[in-house]
Write a protein that binds this ligand. Structure first.
Ligand code: FES
Ligand code: FES
Length: 170
């Protein structure tokens, strides 16, 4: 006997999408498996690492903890939604240029957390960046390159130009 799951409607990166899936299926899995948006990564699967961070109606959420039913009718932004018209978001550019990404597992979540931070605080201090990204763990970079990338993106956005690389950046 086939099971008929309810239709869940969400807007993802500006597009209306519908899925027929178990209502308790994790938003993370719906994005990756049903919508083929594999940019969002799974780290711990327990709400501890932030690798799966996406924005739901503008708020950062751990998509491994969100049953898709809870996302019904909401607007989801994933890392695939950051680039505009084929141009990288300033944060993506800065992470590339300043060594903010190494293995890349934490990077999509970091970018989503950083995008929320810069929207709310366009000129954060290091302490504010540390606090804004506190829910996102990185095992590779030691965090400083990530913080520097966020500062670079903020500066670039403010000044509309590339900033100089830090002397210790590769
Ligand atoms: S995979 Fe969701 S918080 Fe770690
Ligand atoms: S770049 Fe590897 S976990 Fe952050």
């Amino acid at each position: 006997m086939s099971t008929h799951w309810p239709t869940i409607r969400i807007k993802v990166n500006g597009e209306n999408r519908e899925v027929n899936v178990p209502p308790m299926k994790r938003l993370l899995d719906v994005l990756r498996e049903d919508l083929q948006l594999t940019g969002t990564k799974e780290g711990c699967g327990e709400g501890e690492c932030g690798s799966c961070s996406v924005r739901m109606d503008g708020e950062l959420v751990n998509s491994c903890l969100v049953p898709v039913l809870q996302a019904q009718g909401s607007c989801i932004q994933t890392v695939e939604g950051l680039a505009m018209d084929g141009a990288l978001h300033p944060l993506q550019r800065a992470f590339l240029d300043w060594g903010g990404a190494q293995c890349g597992i934490c990077t999509p979540g970091m970018l989503m957390a950083a995008s929320q931070l810069l929207e709310r605080n366009p000129h954060p201090t290091i302490a504010e960046i540390r606090e804004g990204l506190a829910g996102n763990l990185c095992r590779c970079t030691g965090f400083m390159r990530i913080f520097e990338s966020v500062i670079a993106a903020a500066t670039q956005s403010a000044e509309g130009r590339q900033t100089e690389r830090p002397t210790h950046a590769r």
